[in-house]
Design a protein around this ligand. Structure first.
Ligand code: UDP
Length: 317
């Protein structure tokens, strides 16, 4: 297969490119480096089955040659990023998704949307099955991301129903691992980078809010299987084991052996109180479930960030 991956220099996009290349497929990567980083794809430069376009998918996009798949992974995805890039976030979820769907339609390619657990907002149903419609504040600070992704899901289904495009929608829950930006503001990267630098560990609120953290290799395998053998209905892909933010801080402190201590910071507006995927559909249809537990994955992520110690990336990003 020859596939286009938007956001290919991002955290998930770059791992996804690796996964397709490992199976012998050809990848065209596209990124504008707004939140992606060239380091994430440096190892692919010169690969005979990888090519790269520096481009913003929210603008009209021309890709030469046949394509079998279009995987739309371009978007700011960290809360601090989409607060700083609210218009770009709305555009890449709406105009970017429209452009990517247009490419899939023109090329008769399968389309794959990277959606998010944020479509459930601050959920009133727990854990969250795909049939839950969510509890989203459209005008709150997270609305730019949540509503863009909800629109993206709606237009993906419209292309499926109206144009007959073969489509997939994955709802990605909190994922972590190597190639996250050190200072992207998300909880796992923040805690590890703070711990390695012996800075205070910033726990927002009392740390009782929960997330279910999936190691990147598990997430990518679920996504790859969904692309290959799933159907057009949205599918949760994430790790269903739930932790409080306080528990995560304890794990990071233990595994890094840091001198840092936890400091409490204000809880951001509309921060979801709980989040846990119901992955029954993925288990049944993909025969997939995560294999890597949190201490193991956090250990690997610590090793990655240790390798960046002393570089500009630890400070400036
Ligand atoms: N969080 C925290 N300290 C940080 C960063 C995040 O306590 O330095 C909390 C945040 O309030 C949220 C959870 O960790 O409850 C996960 O935040 P993240 O930004 O990783 O993603 P979210 O799941 O909120 O989109």
């Amino acid at each position: 297969m020859r596939v286009l991956i938007t956001g290919a220099a991002g955290f998930l996009g770059s791992h996804l490119a690796d996964r397709f290349l490992a199976d012998g497929h050809t990848v065209v990567g596209l990124d504008n480096f707004v939140t992606g980083h060239p380091d994430n794809i440096a190892h692919l430069m010169g690969h005979e089955r990888f090519s790269f376009l520096r481009h913003n998918i929210s603008d009209f996009t021309y890709v030469a040659g046949a394509l079998d798949g279009v995987l739309h992974f371009a978007s700011p995805a960290s809360p601090i990023d989409y607060l700083q890039l609210p218009i770009q976030t709305l555009k890449v979820g709406s105009l970017g998704t429209h452009n990517a769907l247009g490419i899939a339609l023109a090329k008769k390619a399968r389309f794959f949307l990277a959606s998010t657990s944020e479509v459930y907002g601050d959920p009133l149903v727990h854990p969250q099955p795909e049939t839950y419609w969510g509890n989203v504040n459209p005008v709150g600070p997270r609305g730019v991301y949540d509503e863009a992704k909800r629109f993206a899901e709606a237009i993906t289904m419209a292309y499926h129903r109206f144009h007959g495009v073969d489509t997939r929608i994955v709802r990605i829950f909190n994922t972590y691992g190597p190639r996250m930006r050190p200072r992207d503001g998300r909880v796992v990267s923040n805690f590890i980078v703070q711990a390695l630098n012996n800075e205070p560990i910033t726990m927002y609120g009392d740390g009782s809010q929960t997330r279910s953290f999936c190691y990147v290799d598990d997430e990518i395998e679920g996504i790859y299987q969904l692309f290959m053998k799933g159907d057009s209905n949205p599918m949760n892909v994430g790790n269903p084991v739930e932790f409080s933010v306080r528990q995560l801080a304890d794990i990071v402190i233990e595994l890094t052996g840091t001198k840092s201590s936890v400091v409490s910071k204000p809880l951001p507006e509309d921060d979801p109180k709980v989040r846990q995927p119901d992955i029954s559909r993925a288990r049944k249809i993909l025969k997939w479930e995560p294999a890597i537990d949190l201490p193991t994955g956090v250990g690997r992520t610590i090793d990655y960030f240790r390798g960046l110690m002393g570089t500009d990336r630890m400070v400036s990003e």
